[in-house]
Design a binder for this molecule. Structure first.
Ligand code: B16
Ligand code: MG
Length: 223
């Protein structure tokens, strides 16, 4: 546990998107898998799990590393563009039904308590996903990877979200499914909630399997 005794009241909750509000983590996996197949690189689901929350370029570097393959800067750019095109094709399937169980209720519960809500996602495609999920009106702020220089595990994205909402870092709870995201939350001096297995998010202040059945009171009771 980290010391949040000076935190006072929680004012804001910052949600990661992929793997937290919706399962676009699966679409990222499928898009990388298609690129890996095209490049003839063996790529398993376990390999895919290492890419959770990892932004585009480091993810490509991990995939290339699996086969010891390297690429010129031009090739790297082309592969990232191609993966993104695969991903954009896949997310045209996203509908409000893809909101994960418990999310809509939790967002409403937080709203009722006057808690500010941000989505803080590394994904430059997150505005499109949020639009397709039809949750634009349920959140106060969206910050995405295109708005900061340094990505998770650096705290920049979460700090930017807090600033946009006018909340001190210590008054924010971060909800994340990725190890890099939990590290970023801790580095930002925020309360962290991890979703998923202990091996992945065990450094968080509190761990749940997912958001199903997690109420606003559960979440706010953690700080
Ligand atoms: P893009 P999150 C992250 O979103 C994904 O988890 C990660 O797999 C992806 O590579 C990253 O965004 C960048 O996304 O290529 O669409 O810009 O988990 O921070 O919501
Ligand atoms: Mg995520």
């Amino acid at each position: 546990m980290h010391d949040h005794s000076s935190a006072g009241q929680i004012l804001a909750v910052l949600f990661d998107l992929d793997g937290v509000l919706t399962d676009t983590a699966e679409y990222h996996y499928l898009a990388w898998k298609r690129l890996a197949d095209e490049l003839g690189i063996p790529f398993t689901r376990e390999d895919g799990d290492r890419l959770r929350g990892v932004s585009r370029r480091p993810a490509l570097e991990i995939i290339l590393g699996l086969s010891g393959r390297t690429g010129s800067e031009d090739e790297m750019q082309e592969w990232m563009t191609r993966k993104n095109a695969h991903y954009q094709e896949l997310i045209t399937r996203v509908t409000p039904a893809d909101l994960l169980p418990g999310v809509a209720t939790l967002l409403n519960g937080l709203r009722k308590r006057g808690i500010k809500i941000a989505v803080a996602s590394a994904s430059k495609n997150s505005p499109e996903v949020i639009r397709r999920l039809e949750i634009e009106d349920s959140i106060d702020q969206l910050v995405h990877g295109g708005m900061v220089e340094r990505q998770k595990p650096f705290p920049d994205l979460f700090l930017r979200a807090a600033r946009e909402l006018g909340a001190e870092p210590a008054a924010c709870i971060v909800v994340e499914d990725a190890a890099a995201g939990i590290e970023a939350a801790i580095a930002a001096g925020m309360v962290s909630v991890g979703l998923g297995p202990e091996e992945r998010v065990g450094k968080a202040d509190r761990v749940f399997a997912d958001l199903e059945g997690v109420t606003a009171d559960n979440l706010l009771g953690i700080a």
